[in-house]
Design a protein around this ligand. Structure first.
Ligand code: LMR
Length: 401
């Protein structure tokens, strides 16, 4: 039956983890997937998450959640994203559903737009973008087009001129995907001034802003500051779509906790949108998993635990920033590795877009047991004081050829 099924390629990000696992060298380092590691290179369970689990222990049944998830969680997630003082929240105009983390949020969004968006079913994604964005929207039946965001080899900043030009030339009324903060893979975000200008461009072309916010708290260490872009767009009168993930900022990767929301024009419109979200979700997976949503809701609902969590997010962001300067120092001052490495320090969030070529990344895997995605993206969180020296020396060798 399946004789005609061709073998597919490994996933560009998760396939790196598979290759890493198959390597038996004690020196191996996985800088592929964006998953936080502590100073000892180990997965990190946030103390606030442990505390929430203690509070929850033995208190809950395992019943089904409603189709759109745990309402305590979804309202707190919306509050975290849109702000406690959001007028839309107060008016009950945000339709929100729990999702299977960020990917699930994007996929529900894709399905909703495919079915109900009155404009062109075309989405503009930045180049580059998170690899999974492309199949998510393609599989949702939305046509994928691109806008310039970063040009390799041409400095280290955002290709601002290219981005604005492409969005000004975009098809009127199309959808545009915006990384709310900590752009994956480049680690380069627009400034607040640039976001303001983008809001005008989006408005002038009647584009629909679709935000992916997978790293709230990881860009600046402050969840409020990191939510600037979607909040500003809402303030400016845009209707937005927003995908949230709690994988990174609460370290709830495998619990699959996320949310998808749409702002609406009235309570009545929200109710109609909610009903259609349910109609999309029910045949996909009925209802979402419960445990992680309870953890997130417990943290967000308790002011003391919430403050503790915020400081833990900041702690993760700070350890990554520290690794950026250590790596920069080693390459630039100790090893005098050819090239300008200042972008390692100026980029933000979990990743550094190193500029290493596919051939160099391949050499690093084969000769040094160091794994990263083929585009030269490294998860900074995979580095620590024990392995950063070996990593820098290996990069130095790869660059010198
Ligand atoms: C990443 O970009 O590494 C993460 O978002 C994890 C994933 O699912 O790809």
């Amino acid at each position: 039956t399946w004789a005609g099924v061709p073998a597919g390629p490994p996933d560009p990000i998760l396939g790196v983890t598979e290759a890493f696992k198959a390597n038996t060298s004690p020196k191996k380092i996985n800088l592929g997937v964006g998953a936080y590691r502590d100073e000892a290179g180990k997965p990190y369970i946030l103390p606030s998450v442990k505390k929430a689990e203690e509070l929850l222990a033995g208190k809950n049944d395992k019943e089904y959640l409603p189709i759109t998830g745990l309402s305590d969680f979804t309202s707190l997630a919306a509050k975290l994203a849109y702000g406690a003082d959001s007028a839309l929240l107060k008016d009950g105009r945000i339709a929100v559903t729990q999702s299977i983390s960020g990917t699930g949020a994007l996929r529900i969004g894709g399905a909703f737009f495919e079915r109900h968006y009155p404009g062109p079913k075309v989405i503009y994604l930045p180049t580059p973008t998170w690899g999974n964005h492309i199949p998510i929207f393609r599989d949702s039946g939305i046509e994928v087009r691109r806008y310039r965001y970063f040009t390799p080899g041409e400095g280290v900043g955002l290709d601002w001129k290219g981005a604005v030009e492409d969005l000004k030339n975009a098809q009127e009324g199309a959808i545009v995907l915006l990384h709310a903060c900590a752009h994956n893979p480049t680690g380069i975000d627009p400034t607040q001034e640039q976001w303001k200008e983008l809001s005008e461009v989006v408005k002038s072309k009647k584009l629909f802003p679709f935000f992916d916010m997978a790293y709230q708290g990881f860009a600046s260490g402050d969840t409020t500051r990191d939510a600037f872009a979607p909040r500003y767009f809402v303030e400016q009168g845009h209707q937005i779509a927003l995908c949230q993930s709690f994988a990174k900022n609460m370290g709830l990767y495998g619990e699959r906790v996320g949310a998808f929301s749409l702002t609406t024009e009235s309570k009545e419109e929200k109710a109609r949108v909610d009903s259609q979200l349910k109609i999309i979700i029910r045949p996909l997976y009925s209802n979402p998993p419960v445990h992680g949503a309870r953890i997130a809701a417990t943290i967000l609902n308790d002011p003391k635990l919430n403050a503790q969590w915020e400081s833990e997010v900041k702690g993760m962001a700070e350890r990554i920033i520290e690794m950026r300067s250590v790596l920069y120092e080693k390459l630039t001052n100790e090893l005098k590795t050819p090239g300008d490495w200042s972008h390692i320090k100026s980029q933000i969030g979990m990743f550094s877009f190193t500029g290493l070529s596919p051939a160099q990344t391949k050499a690093l895997a084969e000769k040094a047991h160091i794994y990263m995605t083929a585009d030269g993206r490294i998860s900074m969180a995979g580095l620590n004081s024990h392995n950063v020296g070996y990593f820098a020396e290996s990069v130095d060798k790869a660059v010198r050829g």
